[in-house]
Design a protein around this ligand. Structure first.
Ligand code: DNO
Length: 393
């Protein structure tokens, strides 16, 4: 049984059409109702409508990514119970439409963070990039977070100063927008909002955020059990604290802690090789060996780090992540499953014709098409060599 080769589709407004998805060779679609504000219940009719669109194209909606967890739940503030009830209801509604895998994250305020969305690699293609000095420039001189200077090495601060002083107004605005940008079509946060949130999370801290995640999971496990829904937490991206915010899904230890604290089969993981691979402390092959029994969804992409810990998103099979090693483990876990594990090529370079188009950062068609082609070839090669059905001993 092969993995389900999938593709993230942002919905009818995505510049990449479902026909493109089919031509890329995917059969599964990963989608979400991004137009519904965070925390509101997703109505059955709207879920069904999205499902019908996907199925009318001959594809299958295999994962909801993401069903955002409202900040009130992450911070366990006054409205937490109301939003938990909404989340539970959305899970029931999704199940009523036959959807059984949900991806979410528990990163405070911001989803994934990069400092440059158009970093040119040697071929002229553009990649997403994270640079510490740029982050520090934002943190120290745009956000002006109290105590930020204690979080960076002196060399990084010196470089950040230099970059800030040399940058034009427009470049600074771009850096500001990129860091605060959320998922396309969902709202971005403002500097004021971010500063307030940083204060709130300062009081919650690492342990508090872990407790809040456990509380969230405990509050929905009965619905998961009743409906057959499996939750998959997306690792922190990047997998280390930034801007003074705590991070609790950044390493093997974190992921093991999460699945063991709420020890239920529905408490699963979205195994994102690129997010985990950006951490010098992480070896994705080692991590999947430890948590693979709870992996129900995978994001496959690669990263290349430098000595300072800056990284860019490299070609899917070339980078710090041993993609062959990860794929081998993923296939082995998949062989023990009744339901195949979906994976998607996570991000791709903006390349070829897409360089002349407006695309969602990381989600242009051609780079992902290339990624999927390489990954499915890798999968087939490994599958065939394991099952020895190629006629050779
Ligand atoms: C970025 C994505 C993330 C992911 C969420 C899941 O490209 O991998 O935005 O969808 O973190 O909740």
């Amino acid at each position: 049984m092969p993995l389900i080769q999938s593709w993230r589709w942002y919905g009818p407004n995505d510049p990449v059409s479902l026909q493109d998805v089919k031509q890329a060779g995917a059969t599964g679609v990963v989608s979400a109702l991004h137009h519904i504000p965070h925390g509101a219940v997703w109505p059955v009719e709207e879920i069904q409508e999205r499902k019908n669109i996907i199925e009318a194209a001959g594809l299958q909606w295999v994962v909801v990514e993401s069903m955002p967890v409202h900040e009130a739940i992450k911070t366990r503030s006054a409205d937490c119970e109301k939003y938990l009830e909404n989340y539970r209801q959305t899970l029931r509604n999704l199940a009523a439409c036959g959807i059984s895998t949900v991806c979410y994250n528990f990163m405070p305020v911001l989803d994934w963070t990069r400092t440059n969305l158009a970093y040119e690699v040697w071929s002229g293609a553009k990649a997403l990039y994270f640079n510490w000095a740029d982050l520090a420039a934002f943190d120290l001189f745009i956000l002006k977070r109290e105590g930020a200077e204690n979080d960076y090495a002196p060399e990084v601060i010196a470089e950040a100063k230099q970059r800030f002083n040399a940058a034009s107004e427009e470049e600074l605005k771009q850096l500001h927008d990129i860091i605060l940008m959320g998922v396309p079509t969902e709202e971005s946060v403002t500097v004021e909002h971010l500063l307030q949130s940083i204060d709130i999370y300062k009081n919650i801290g690492f342990e508090g955020l872990r407790r809040n995640l456990a509380y969230f999971l405990e509050s929905i496990m009965d619905v998961c059990e009743e409906t057959g829904i499996r939750m998959t937490i997306h690792p922190d991206d990047p997998p280390f604290p930034i801007l003074g915010l705590p991070r609790i899904a950044s390493s093997k230890e974190d992921l093991l802690y999460i699945i063991n604290t709420v020890d239920h089969p529905a408490n699963g993981i979205c195994f994102c090789t690129g997010s985990l691979g950006a951490g010098p402390h992480n070896n994705p092959v080692d991590i999947i060996k430890a948590v693979g029994h709870r992996v129900y969804f995978a994001h496959l992409r690669n990263v290349l780090k430098d000595k300072q810990g800056n990284f860019y998103e490299s070609d899917h099979l070339a980078g710090d992540v041993d993609m062959y090693g990860v794929m081998k483990e993923l296939i082995a876990f998949n062989q023990q499953r009744e339901q195949p594990i979906p994976f998607r090529p996570d991000h791709g370079h903006q390349m070829l014709d897409d360089l002349h188009k407006v695309t969602n950062p990381g989600y242009s068609a051609i780079g992902r098409l290339r990624g999927l082609a390489e990954l499915r070839g890798l999968e087939m090669g490994i599958e065939k060599s394991i099952t020895k059905d190629d006629g050779h001993e």
